[in-house]
Design a protein around this ligand. Structure first.
Ligand code: ZN
Length: 149
């Protein structure tokens, strides 16, 4: 369907208020055009339906009391502040856990070399074992980090 050049006028007249009031204010020419133009007629029908739906939805909306809204906003603000304050702590805990794991691996390596009687593993086996541990631990870390709710 081709756009009508008078569409903006029709949209403004319907948007201003009730289409019937708009036409009562002197937009009879516009109303006659909407009756004869298929695009504008459809537009008026659609916009009136949307406006009526909006009005019904506004009447049916269950608006809570001001005190309830304030109380919820306060609780939400506190929760957001607590979450914001906990982020650096979570990061520090992650860094500490990674450091502990690194130090433990270093001690294990030193201890392994200190006792040559222990069987010496193949470096590729150790690399594969390390990658396997990371593959298992990384999703767990993500789950525990992101599942705070
Ligand atoms: Zn038109």
């Amino acid at each position: 369907m081709k756009a009508c050049p008078r569409e903006p006028e029709v949209v403004e007249a319907v948007t201003r208020g009730d289409w019937r009031q708009a036409t009562a204010l002197g937009d009879n020419d516009l109303r006659a055009h909407a009756a004869s133009c298929a695009a504008c007629g459809e537009l008026v029908t659609l916009m009136q339906a949307l406006r009526e739906d909006h009005a019904v939805a506004c009447r049916a909306a269950d608006v809570p009391a001001a005190g309830t809204v304030w109380w919820r906003a306060t609780i939400r603000a506190r929760a957001e502040a607590a979450e914001k304050a906990a982020r650096p702590i979570t990061l520090a805990q992650g860094v500490a856990a990674a450091s502990i794991a690194g130090v433990a691996a270093a001690f294990a390596g030193v201890a392994w070399r200190a006792f040559p009687s222990l069987p010496q593993p193949d470096p590729f086996v150790m690399l594969a074992l390390g990658l396997g541990v990371c593959i298992v631990i990384a999703p767990l870390v993500l789950v525990f980090t992101l599942a705070r709710d």
